[in-house]
Design a protein around this ligand. Structure first.
Ligand SMILES: Nc1ncnc2c1ncn2[C@@H]1O[C@H](COP(=O)(O)OP(=O)(O)OP(=O)(O)O)[C@@H](O)[C@H]1O
Ligand SMILES: [Mg+2]
Length: 334
């Protein structure tokens, strides 16, 4: 049993596939918080996670609301400063604490697609102005020609360039969000719930677009979602988060067919027909504990249907249990 997670992935057609674009070790992000009665406290939104993402793959993060998915994605992009001791290597270079002066340049390499396209597109600007902005900020020429290319890439007619965001549908606005993320030619895109604000009928179109763009541009995605059907469709590998920790990390097929962690089993039981044998419904009891005061031992022990005594006191290590499969659970590794 080893603690490293250098996995092979499904998309072997990509010649560059073995290279890690991101190597994350012991990443932590703590927020200072104030309780309603004014007491100061610490909230460990991401608490000691390690993983690698290979160039060209889609690496998904799943877990319930508040488990730290967005914080992890934003910290990787330099939008939050990680705690001391965290290490983020981007294409082999230390990106753990990007100074402000370098952040602008990093935007050319890594970008974010947001959940709610309406909230992230300036309502007073036309689509043309919105798409030209990155080129202006980076003093790049040919912006006008590039935005025509971008519109074509995301399947929007050029007539939309003179429209304002409110004159477009949710799906069209998300296409603009994708075009803007692509403007500077990034290698990595963090897609934070990119389809959850869209109608179900539009979700598949946007997912297909993301997949086509990935092939065309050799993009790497960190795909954040709570929708396990979408994650099953798009992912090469999946990491399951619970209260700031990764509890299971494996290939997409392993996760759905050889599920190990009781938390993952419970999440998957809510979509019984997705693949393999029909699953027995597991209903988790108890509320999700607060990350500002997590349970001792295994953080999941207060809700785990298979809890053992050791789970209440000893935090499980993140251990390799089979090829390409890592899990933090005393039950799975006993
Ligand atoms: N800027 C902040 N200051 C203080 N606490 C924060 C901040 N941002 C996030 N948190 C807290 O960190 C924890 C993780 O939040 P995060 O938004 O990363 O979760 P998430 O998994 O993305 O949830 P969701 O699925 O709802 O988007 C939550 O408890 C949240 O309240
Ligand atoms: Mg989030």
């Amino acid at each position: 049993m080893q603690h490293n997670n250098t996995n092979s992935i499904a998309k072997t057609s990509n010649h560059d596939v073995q290279k890690n674009i991101l190597e994350v070790s012991h990443l932590k992000k703590t927020f200072q918080i104030k309780s309603p009665d004014g007491k100061k406290g610490l909230l460990k939104a991401v608490d000691d996670v390690s993983f690698k993402i290979k160039k060209g793959e889609t690496f998904s993060l799943v877990g319930e609301s508040g488990c730290g998915k967005s914080t992890l994605g934003r910290t990787l992009l330099g939008l939050y400063t990680p705690d001391r001791g965290s290490k983020i290597l981007f294409n082999g270079e230390d990106n753990s604490n990007i100074p402000k002066s370098k952040r602008k340049n990093f935007a050319k390499q890594a970008q974010l697609i947001f959940q709610d396209p309406s909230a992230c597109l300036n309502p007073r600007r036309t689509i043309k102005q919105i798409l030209l902005e990155p080129f202006k900020i980076h003093k790049m020429k040919n912006g006008e020609a590039k935005i025509m290319e971008l519109m074509d890439m995301v399947g929007l007619a050029s007539r939309f360039l003179d429209r304002f965001p409110h004159e477009m549908s949710g799906g069209q606005k998300q296409r603009v969000g994708i075009a803007r993320a692509l403007a500077l030619g990034p290698e990595l895109i963090v897609c934070d719930e990119p389809v959850s604000a869209l109608d179900v009928s539009i979700q598949a179109q946007v997912i297909n677009l993301l997949e086509d763009l990935q092939k065309q541009l050799n993009l790497t995605y960190l795909f954040i979602s709570h929708d396990l059907s979408v994650v099953h469709h798009i992912s090469d590998r999946v990491a399951v988060m619970y209260l700031g920790k990764i509890v299971e990390l494996t290939t997409r097929d392993n996760l759905y067919e050889q599920t190990q962690h009781p938390y993952t089993k419970a999440l998957l039981s809510s979509i019984p027909d997705i693949c393999g044998e029909p699953r027995e419904k597991i209903i988790l009891t108890g509320d999700v504990p607060s990350p500002s005061n997590p349970p001792s031992g295994c953080r999941f022990h207060t809700r785990c249907p298979a809890v053992m005594d050791i789970c209440k006191t000893k935090e499980p290590d993140f251990i390799q249990t089979s090829s390409n499969h890592f899990v933090a659970c005393h039950i799975c590794t006993k």
